[in-house]
Design a protein. Structure first.
Length: 357
């Protein structure tokens, strides 16, 4: 069984614990508050292990957590125009919490979202996996259906070498509903407290990206990355183009955009999306996904002065890569739409592989 540590109590008094998973020199720590990834320790080319996940030492750091460090975000991730979702003939209203006059929705509910609730837990008999689950009643977050959501973490050797952390999301519902979940971990392959990530090399298998409106909701266009700062098809330093004069970069204060990952076919087979490496330590992260896209965010608004180990996180001290169906997809009929209805659960898999070179 995973090593379990009591962390304290949630604001409602519910006990919160962490669960440590280990495999081949890689150690992941997750907790039942928000089904959150707390830390991931991976070795460098010289064997030096460092925690490469941004976050907090104290449980109460996650009670506010506007950056959503390590969090499971849902049922609706990213931004939704007017916070409205149409299912069949009915339109449903999620909380309005983002944009001018709080007209839109961001990450479902920033006050009482899934990342702010204590999940049930089912640890495995060994130290390699743990499954979190949570029930949502019909109408929770303004969305229909009695829903049962699980987030299953498993750490195992990777066939390609190194170790892989697999995260599988699933939602069952007794009525058609909307689900588009993601994980919001921030990575710094040099170590979570090592400063800016702009010199880390990143490539993404994405030929297109989604430009944003002035309120950061998807504009509705699918743009070619060729000739733009959003072209990561060949590995480049994350910061190489981030200061270029570009309307979209200025809009997000850096990268804060969904990249349309090539090869989506609607199956449950993860396809490779991102490769990142830190030249100094040799740590490598590869991410495979089953969703049509992933949101690349360079932590442009980070501002935490008492984070994990007393670290200070400033803008661009970590990057997030958030697998998702394209944000605001319900308002664009030609885009892929996630399905969740009786007999057809929503499922998504993310595979994080850690190695060194």
């Amino acid at each position: 069984m995973a090593n379990i540590e009591f962390l304290g109590k949630a604001p409602d008094g519910t006990p919160v614990s962490s669960y440590e998973l280990s495999c081949d020199g890689v150690t992941a720590c997750v907790m039942d508050f928000g089904a959150t990834l707390l830390s991931l320790s991976a070795p460098s080319r010289d064997g030096a292990a460092e925690d490469i996940v941004l976050g907090f030492d104290r449980l109460d750091g996650y009670f506010d957590n506007p950056a959503c460090y390590g969090a499971t975000v849902g049922p609706s991730a990213n931004r939704t125009d007017l916070g409205q979702v149409t299912i069949g003939e009915a339109t449903y209203q999620m909380p309005r919490n983002d944009g001018p006059d709080s007209r839109n929705n961001l990450h479902t509910d920033l006050v009482d979202g899934l990342h702010k609730r204590v999940w049930n837990v089912e640890p495995a008999e060994d130290d390699s996996s743990v499954t979190f689950s949570i029930a949502l009643a019909d109408g929770d977050y303004g969305l229909p259906g009695n829903r049962w959501i699980t987030a299953a973490y498993a750490l195992a050797p990777s066939p390609e070498g190194g170790a892989a952390l697999t995260l599988h999301y699933r939602c069952e519902s007794d009525a058609p509903t909307f689900v588009n979940m993601t994980n919001h971990t921030y990575w710094n392959l040099a170590g979570h407290a090592s400063g800016l990530v702009l010199n880390q090399l990143v490539s993404v298998n994405a030929s297109h990206y989604l430009p944003l409106r002035s309120d950061n909701v998807s504009l509705g266009e699918v743009a070619d990355v060729a000739g733009t700062p959003f072209d990561f098809r060949q590995a480049k330093e994350l910061g190489r183009d981030i200061e270029l004069e570009d309307e979209q970069l200025a809009q997000g204060r850096g990268y804060d955009h969904c990249l349309c990952v090539d090869g989506y076919d609607g199956t449950d087979s993860p396809r490779h999306a991102l490769h990142a490496e830190d030249p100094a330590s040799g740590r490598v992260l590869d991410i495979s996904i089953t969703t049509p896209g992933a949101h690349l965010y360079t932590g442009n608004w980070l501002d935490d002065t008492d984070a994990k180990g007393g670290a200070t996180y400033t803008p661009r001290c970590g990057f997030a890569f958030e697998p998702e169906f394209w944000p605001d997809n319900m308002h664009h009929v030609d885009w892929e739409h996630p399905a969740c209805k009786p007999g057809q659960p929503y499922e998504q898999t993310i595979v994080y592989r850690f190695s060194n070179r």
